[in-house]
Design a protein around this ligand. Structure first.
Ligand code: ADP
Ligand code: MG
Length: 357
């Protein structure tokens, strides 16, 4: 097994093109870790995996697998398996031949190929499908075969590129469990790319958040959720994401401050500050009550009852504020409600969106 170390990695596809796709990216994935790489479409996730696998050459920087600098090595010499979003199985080959392919290319003796294919197929619950072709399999079965092709090689590092995104929700959740079980039994280092913050939160031992080719934050799910490094991470993680309201902040010497949100304001812990600021608050830390003429009120824009909880969208004087409340409140569009933001749960970000404190 092995760690994966990225040192100041950059990637630009074409001179004079759209600019760098990866920017000065450094990351340490620990030996045996399951790291979720989370980012929106176009943020550079696939490019990063391809650089690690050796399918793309970085424009600058280094890649180490364990102690080995693999930056200049061919893909086959890196001992890395990449599982794609689309299964990329050979349609004319049986499941058995698809799984065996990578071993045969590496000239593994036939008896060992047979043994390893059988063992892998059993582990993934596809032993009865070995003589079928990909066209005779369901989506979930095909993705198991794709996993099997990676597993059978016994690589040091697994790279997963949104492997479950084309499956429907129940199957997705089943295969998520399967991937985590593989991680537990194989103990291999795994980097799992997803655009789905929920998947990243539930699967990752740590989450690395990528945006516009830059790593914005690397941390445990709790760290990323509870202390987002910037406004992007705050909004991207959580469903719905954190409310981030723009305002003007003023902080005194004693650390008591005020943010003017345009017609209403919130008291915050803020020292020596004067200027544009962002106030973040999770929907579950917004409490609704009766409209109170003294503390003011906000208008309800939309109500989304989800059963055990309801999302209430409020017009915070031109900005949207979402509250997550228990059960199904008796509220309608146009109602006015009193709003309390849990002061101990406020997050402050500067004008550029970087976390303060
Ligand atoms: P993600 O996987 O996060 O959606 P990608 O790594 O696929 O992101 O793409 C990141 C950016 O790089 C996108 O703007 C994409 O258009 C561009 N890109 C990806 N592959 C190539 C390529 N082979 N040539 C030029 N640009 C590319
Ligand atoms: Mg991609």
């Amino acid at each position: 097994m092995a760690s994966v170390t990225l040192r100041r990695l950059s990637k630009t596809y074409a001179e004079g093109g759209a600019g760098p796709v990866l920017r000065d990216l450094s990351l340490d994935v620990r030996d045996g870790e399951f790291l979720a790489l989370l980012g929106p479409s176009g943020s550079g996730k696939t490019t990063l995996l391809k650089c690690i696998a050796g399918l793309e050459e970085p424009s600058a920087g280094e890649i180490l697998i364990g102690e080995r600098n693999v930056t200049q090595l061919a893909p086959a010499a890196r001992d890395v398996a990449l599982v794609f979003q689309h299964y990329a199985l050979y349609p004319h080959l049986t499941v058995r031949a698809n799984i065996a392919f990578g071993l045969e290319v590496r000239r593994v003796p036939a008896a060992e190929v047979t043994r390893r294919v059988q063992e892998t197929a059993t582990r993934l619950g596809i032993a009865t499908l070995l003589d079928r072709r990909p066209g005779e399999l369901s989506g979930g079965e095909r993705q198991r075969v794709a996993l099997g092709r990676a597993v059978v090689r016994e690589p040091q590092v697994f790279l997963f590129d949104e492997p479950l995104s084309s499956l429907d929700p129940p199957l997705r959740s089943e295969l998520r469990g399967e991937v985590l079980a593989l991680h537990a039994t194989l103990g291999a280092t795994m980097i799992y790319v997803t655009q789905d913050q929920r998947e990243a939160m539930t699967m990752g031992q740590r989450i690395a958040v990528l945006h516009q080719g830059q790593l914005r934050q690397v941390g445990t799910p709790a760290e990323v959720y509870e202390r987002p490094a910037d406004v992007f991470v705050a909004r991207f993680v959580g469903n719905p994401g954190m409310n981030v309201l723009k305002g003007r902040g003023r902080g005194t010497e004693e650390g008591s401050g005020m943010v003017d949100l345009g017609g209403w304001s919130v008291a915050v812990a803020l020292e020596h500050y004067e200027g544009e600021i962002h106030v973040g608050v999770r929907p579950e830390h917004v409490t609704l009550g009766a409209a109170n003429p003294e503390t003011g009120s906000l208008e309800v824009r939309a109500v989304e009852p989800l059963g055990p909880e309801t999302l209430v969208y409020l017009d915070a004087r031109g900005q949207t504020l979402v509250a997550r409340v228990h059960g199904i409140p008796n509220l309608r569009r146009g109602d006015r409600v009193g709003v309390t933001l849990d002061r101990s749960r406020l997050h402050l970000f500067d004008a550029a969106g970087e976390r303060l404190g």
